[in-house]
Ligand binder design. Structure first.
Ligand SMILES: [Zn+2]
Length: 285
């Protein structure tokens, strides 16, 4: 069967390696497009993909029921995001739309005077967000209609999950107001961390988790694809709070956590493609 690149429709697609799904016995082929350099898995490689995902998301919702109550704990990562976006936006921020808002944790970090809207498919997560006072649209964002565009549009950790990523990428310019800020977070494979893990065939980069994660982007492609309507303002590669070399060792763990935090928030270090969480900040033209 001929595989066509889901990003640029090129027929020149290379097979890189079979990757073991962490959620089933199956392996999925990891492809890389020779033309646009993006990587992807195909949902339809296994007829079980949809069932696997349903089970996965049901079990995550079940786990979240124990973790997420209605009370909300501020996190320094989200606080830093609010600061970063506020500094990049030239005007006053009146409204924000978070696509894939989960339980509304990020939106809760914005003051009440900002109109906060979330888009979320999960019944459980959107229910929590709603009870927290967030207005939630329970639909695919490409189907959602809003009566006005937003000063800030955010899309954290969503684009890697989509069967047809362009449907969502193409909604950004409709939802984001002129001069508004768009933020995207994706796993980044063109980084020291992924390349280091790739060298050992027996190891699996945790982001290569088909059929949960299907798409892997480069910064260059996203910037180019969005360039008709958006200009890049800033980017950073962070640990996502996931890396601590000294985890579990009391005092060292605290020092390690602090060092990683410094790495993540310092512009000199976080602009190097070392760690695998890529944040891109754009301004709508
Ligand atoms: Zn391509």
């Amino acid at each position: 069967m001929e595989v066509i690149c889901k990003f640029c429709n090129s027929k020149h697609v290379d097979v890189l390696r079979k990757i073991q799904s962490p959620y089933s016995e199956e392996k999925y082929t990891l492809y890389e497009c020779r033309n646009c350099k993006q990587r992807f898995f195909r949902m339809d490689e296994s007829e079980n993909s949809s069932d696997i995902l349903k089970k996965l998301y049901d079990s995550q919702a079940e786990k979240n029921k124990n973790v997420y109550g209605l009370e909300f704990t501020p996190s320094k990562y989200w606080k830093n995001e609010v600061k970063e976006i506020t500094e990049l936006h030239l005007g006053k921020i009146h409204s924000i739309c978070d696509i894939g808002c989960r339980t509304g944790d990020f939106l809760m970090h914005w003051p009440n005077r900002v109109e906060r809207v979330g888009v979320e498919l999960s019944e459980y997560a959107s229910g929590v967000a709603q009870q927290r006072g967030i207005h939630v649209v329970r639909d695919f964002v490409e189907n959602a209609s809003f009566d006005h565009p937003f000063d800030v549009v955010s899309c954290y950790a969503l684009l890697e999950h989509l069967e047809q990523p362009k449907l969502v990428l193409d909604t950004f310019s409709r939802i984001c107001s002129q001069g508004g800020v768009l933020v995207i977070l994706v796993p980044a494979f063109d980084t020291w961390k992924q390349h280091k893990i790739w060298k050992n065939e027996n190891e699996r980069w945790h982001m290569y988790s088909p059929p949960e994660h299907l798409n892997f982007y480069t910064k260059e492609w996203l910037v180019e694809y969005l360039s008709a309507d958006f200009e890049l303002l800033h980017y950073k590669y962070t640990t996502g709070g996931m890396v601590n070399l000294f985890r579990g060792i009391p005092l060292l763990s605290r020092i390690g956590g602090r060092l990683m935090w410094m790495w993540d928030v310092t512009r000199f270090t976080n602009q190097k493609p070392v760690f695998d969480h890529l944040y891109l900040y754009f301004r709508r033209k």
